[in-house]
Design a protein around this ligand. Structure first.
Ligand SMILES: [Zn+2]
Length: 195
């Protein structure tokens, strides 16, 4: 609401036009996460356009990871508009999905989104390693999220806490899990653990 006060009607109208224009760009015509056509929502801090379903999942990640706004109904700050203008789905995914296998099956979009933005599973590897080898990670996250989904919302535990816990568990079980992961129908393992 504070944010709203700073944006005049005129500016708001201008923003709306810019956003409409961005939504017409080929790279923004599909949800950045599930590829559904015609996204009308956005994550202002990630600079991406997403569909309504994925916007709900983004909200559950918490605003420290993703701040959701309607691209057509909400008031945006000038810097948010400028940022999504400079980012957009294609550029964002060239980072967030840099290491994503091309034929990756996005079964269970919530798991996918959490792996993508919360665990940063597919960001470029040249950067700082974000966490220990991931073998156990995938198994653990799939199981955990099933529990969470049953609870009806995505943040029962706080993503960071559960991630920390997962890391501990993982560390002790990485070796056998590497073999197990191969036969699990969850997300394929990232290339990170290969070496
Ligand atoms: Zn989507």
């Amino acid at each position: 609401m504070n944010e709203k006060a700073n944006v005049s009607k005129e500016l708001n109208a201008k923003h709306r036009k810019i956003l409409e224009g961005l939504l017409k760009l080929p790279e923004n015509k599909e949800c950045a996460d599930c590829k559904a056509k015609g996204p009308r929502w956005a994550s202002v801090n990630l600079g991406i356009f997403i569909c309504m379903q994925c916007s709900g999942i983004h909200r559950s990640l918490g605003v420290h990871i993703s701040k959701v706004r309607s691209a057509t109904l909400d008031t945006w700050l000038p810097e948010q508009v400028a940022f999504i203008q400079s980012m957009g789905n294609e550029k964002a995914n060239s980072y967030w999905e840099a290491e994503l296998p091309p034929n990756y099956d996005r079964v269970g979009i919530e798991n996918f989104i959490r792996a993508k933005y919360e665990e940063k599973r597919w960001v470029p590897k040249d950067g700082i390693p974000k966490s220990p080898p991931r073998g156990q990670d995938e198994r653990a996250s799939v199981v955990e999220q099933r529990h969470v989904e049953k609870g009806g919302h995505g943040y029962a535990n706080g993503p960071e806490n559960s991630f920390e816990e997962r890391k501990k568990v993982r560390a002790s079980r990485i070796k056998e899990s590497r073999r197990v992961v191969m036969s699990v129908p969850g997300p394929p393992k990232g290339p990170e653990e290969v070496f």
